[in-house]
Ligand binder design. Structure first.
Ligand code: NAD
Length: 441
């Protein structure tokens, strides 16, 4: 059994902490957000993540999972310190490391014996040097410690399964002592024969960015193919299905639509561009993926305008605000750009999301937040399907016809069938599945 301190109880820290406790380790989760810790002590989850409350309760009851705002107290009880704080995009587009630096300085100040300090946050290559320097800068007398990098690959919405059964675990270390301690922590996954990639710290840091940038490129690639499909009269859904059947390509991340958002891909693609620039290299493919992605909300609105040329004074219904289903995360969600653009066009907005409305309301208090999809479309001139939550997949079209002022739907996630909606008299469009190809030739 290892004794672990998880610093930061957000999407990554809380899920990782609960899962590591479920592996049988003793885990102390620390956060500077007092409300968050007070709520967690009452088993109130600060984020929406399926199954998390049950897992947390089980491990709290089992005496393996603890919550505190006191890093000093957690450090007394533990031997391995995981840093899982946020690394948001700075105004310049690179990763803002102020939260990581601040934690490292706190660790340095409170260090009285040997620890392994593990960076789980996604950080630029070379950040371990910054962590080492920050710890050393605050130590009154030098105390031995080791560093490790253990980037996280979980996906919001399925993060518990992703942590428990990962495709691989990446562990970067530069001493055998730290490598052994990390091996012990992930022992249950060794037993499941999970591939464990042991490497240098810098390599582990780059693996995370290289993986996320590749996924972003894959999404933008299929979205470019969707643009082409729109022009030549092909169906991108069939194209991606057939492409995905090729084992060299694989089916994941080939779903055309409104593009990538959330707390990882937008910031990590920008960060790798900056990391490369600093190192004298150019990530031209990743830059292109960012540009394609940034243009998608405008394309959605252009398509809407083709069905409804004068948007000024209309009422729009937006279904889905989170950047993908099964999460309440709205960081860099495409819905945010869409809301701004529609408001600028003079549209009154009625919106709904199963779990992300509280987060969205903080940023956009001026929208009408509705009870459910049917409430949202009432009196609307058009409906924009922005997130493919299951509850929007089988809407009762007769009810929609009754409730909407005009039957116009822009399906930004390619959920519905054009022919079926036509039967109900809808004007309908999606990405890359044209009825009338806009042939340029
Ligand atoms: P988050 O914003 O949800 O959570 C960060 C938490 O850290 C917050 O609760 C905050 O209060 C806390 N914190 C900040 N400073 C602190 C301090 N000094 N002491 C204690 N707690 C402190 O962030 P997240 O989404 O969990 O992401 C964390 C890191 O993991 C980021 O680097 C991110 O890129 C990476 N990551 C995220 C995901 C994801 O799906 N969200 C997946 C893989 C990797």
């Amino acid at each position: 059994m290892s004794r672990i301190c998880m610093i930061g109880t957000g999407y990554v820290g809380l899920v990782s902490g609960a899962c590591l406790a479920d592996f049988g380790h003793e885990v102390w989760c620390v956060d500077i957000n007092e409300t968050r810790i007070a709520e967690l002590k009452n088993n109130v989850m600060p984020i929406y993540e399926p199954g998390l409350d049950t897992l947390v309760q089980k491990n709290v009851d089992g005496g393996r999972l603890f919550f505190t705002t006191s890093l000093a107290k957690a450090m007394e009880q533990t031997d391995v310190l995981f840093i899982a704080v946020q690394t948001p995009m700075s105004d310049a587009g690179d990763a803002d490391l102020k939260f990581v630096r601040s934690v490292a300085e706190d660790i340095g100040r409170m260090m009285k014996r040997y620890y392994v300090v593990v960076t789980k946050s996604t950080v630029p290559v070379g950040t371990s040097r910054l962590v080492r320097e920050s710890i050393l800068s605050t130590q009154s007398e030098p105390i031995d410690f080791d560093l490790a990098s253990n980037p996280e690959f979980l996906r919001e919405g399925s993060s518990i399964e992703d942590f428990m059964r990962p495709d691989r675990v990446v562990i970067g270390t530069d001493t055998e002592r730290a490598a052994e301690i990390m091996r012990e922590i992930y022992q249950p996954l060794y037993l499941l024969e999970t591939p464990i990639v042991n490497c240098e710290i810098e390599t582990a840091e780059l693996i995370k960015y290289a993986s996320n940038a590749f996924l972003a490129v894959k999404i933008s690639y299929i979205n470019e193919i969707a643009k082409l499909a729109d022009r030549v009269g092909a169906n991108v859904s069939m194209v991606s299905k057939a492409m995905g059947l090729d084992k060299r390509i694989g089916p994941k991340f080939l779903h055309a639509g409104l593009g990538f958002g959330g707390s990882c891909l937008p910031k990590d693609t920008n960060a790798i561009v900056h990391i490369a620039r600093k190192a004298g290299a150019d990530m031209s493919i990743v830059r292109a993926a960012i540009d394609v992605n940034a243009g998608l909300p405008a394309i959605a609105l252009e398509k809407l305008r083709r069905m409804l040329p004068d948007l000024k004074g209309t009422t729009g219904a937006l279904l889905g605000l989170s950047f993908k289903p099964n999460t309440d995360d709205i960081r860099d969600a495409p819905s945010r750009a869409i809301v701004t653009m529609l408001q600028e066009a003079g549209v009154t907005l009625r919106v709904h999301d199963p779990v992300a409305m509280d987060n969205f309301r903080e940023l956009h208090p001026d929208l009408t937040y509705c009870e459910n999809a049917y409430d949202t479309v009432e009196g609307a001139d058009f409906c924009l399907l922005l997130t493919e939550w299951n509850e929007y997949r089988h809407l009762d079209m007769l009810r929609l016809c009754d409730l909407m002022k005009q039957k116009v739907m822009m399906d930004c996630r390619n959920v519905y069938d054009r022919a079926r909606l036509a039967e109900f008299g809808f004007s309908y469009d999606s990405f890359g599945r044209p009825a009338d190809p806009e042939r340029t030739a």
